[in-house]
Design a protein around this ligand. Structure first.
Ligand SMILES: [Zn+2]
Length: 231
């Protein structure tokens, strides 16, 4: 399977969907992580160029160790809402080039403007990637669905699909600690990412789970995957 995770800032995808990333990496699925910004405005007393380099190196090392491809788009931090058509077209071409089964991104209701903007832009790009007259030089591509994760800043989240990450939970916590520029100063953000899977696990009937919202219908060829498991 092929999956693209598109986040506003380097740590967002692992905060919201780290268990799923680790699960599907272990299954040897092809994963591409796209960082729209490098979060260079995230620390008020650190020079932006320096922080950009540090955060990209942090993400590079983490992804290299996990065998995940990573790209940085270098849209200015806190200005994604002004990136417009150029960013949409870039993502359309990336989707057509990588040909993912699934795309993952932020949920649209979020207190962080960059998260809201990425959610909207990614949904538009997934939709327009099916239109032959948009970026006509590249063949169209249709994904199976868009999966939207939740994190500390998400509001009014409507979970639709739960993924059991019980086997990946401890590794997710270890992976989050690799964000050494963020983990010590954003303890509540990271605590939320560690606690939320237990809540979703209780709802889903397992120890730990990550939940996702899909904007388009989740369909099944038949219902055999819902056969009751016998213990
Ligand atoms: Zn973020």
């Amino acid at each position: 399977m092929r999956m693209i995770f598109i986040s506003a800032h380097p740590d967002d995808a692992f905060l919201g969907a780290g268990g799923v990333i680790l699960k599907h990496r272990a299954l040897e699925d092809d994963i591409l992580l796209i960082n729209v910004t490098s979060a260079e405005k995230g620390l008020p007393f650190v020079e932006e160029g320096f922080l950009r380099a540090v955060r990209e190196k942090e993400q590079d090392i983490l992804c290299r160790n996990l065998g995940i491809a990573v790209e940085f788009l270098h849209v200015p931090d806190l200005k994604i809402q002004y990136a417009g058509e150029e960013l949409v077209n870039h993502l359309i071409l990336k989707i057509r080039q990588f040909t993912p089964d699934l795309v993952f991104t932020h949920y649209p209701e979020d207190i962080h403007p960059d998260h809201r903007s990425v959610s909207s832009v990614v949904k538009t790009a997934c939709h327009l990637s099916t239109f032959p007259k948009v970026c006509p030089d590249a063949p169209t591509h249709t994904i199976s669905n868009l999966f939207m994760w939740e994190e500390y800043s998400t509001r009014d989240f409507r979970p639709m699909v739960y993924v059991d990450i019980t086997s990946e939970y401890e590794q997710k916590k270890e992976t989050l600690r690799e964000y050494k520029t963020q983990y010590p100063i954003l303890r509540n953000v990271f605590s939320h990412a560690e606690l939320q899977p237990r809540v979703r696990g209780i709802e889903a009937g397992c120890e730990y789970a990550e939940a996702f919202h899909c904007p388009w219908p989740v369909t099944a060829g038949d219902l055999s995957q819902f056969r009751r498991r016998r213990t």
